[in-house]
Design a protein. Sequence first.
Lengths: 106, 152
Amino acid sequence: MARALITLPASAKRGEAIEIRTLIAHPMETGYRPGEDGRIVPRDLIRRLSCHYNDELVFSAEMFPATSANPFVSFYTLALASGTLRFTWEGDNGFLQTESRSISVT
Amino acid sequence: MNRTRRKIIHAGASLGVIGWARAVTAAEGGVEIALALAIKQYVGDAVVRAGKVKLDVAELVENGNTVPLSVAVDSPMTATDHVKSIAIFNERNPQRDVIRFALGPRSGRALVATRIRLATSQKLVAIAQLSDGSYWSHSADVIVTLAACVES
């Protein structure tokens, strides 16, 4: 499991746009870079980040080699109900990681 | 004999310069065409207008391996008028695509941020697709002192 950091407020007012910041430890190997032996290091990327709010898809990002290592993405979403936000990263070589955070909406 | 040789060398040299200049112009054109093609793949036949989008990135970056940037779109983000997606393109990395975001009325605010790699000094373009099908863009030029991709 890669280390993932997710920052979001623990509670919010209904209808408020909250900022969510995500970061996951991953080399994001571009497939263009020579390694120490001079050979090109094979491509190994996270391709997609998606965020489900109470099982409804509210945001996704598609990543390419130009996205930095340990990809950081921040975005906003409307706090509409208390519940769970599920974050999923999918990538090359079967990379799949899911993290959940709960939020209470008043 | 000597004079002829000089003339030949001189002629060759100027031809060389012209050839090099042509190659450079062609390469510059190629860069722009590749960027335009990548954008066309994203927007299709729609017209991309300047405005509404603000691509915020430092003009001068020291480290091309991690360049922070943010894109904000002027939109009320309602069910009838919102940003559907935002894409960022570059001019001179090995690949034109940088990252794409899918948003919707549930986003509340059209503001995204990330960190990207830049292989060299170049132009970046951010394009937003609105719910009415229109496309808006903003571009920024970035000077990079330490490039990504080449260092191991």
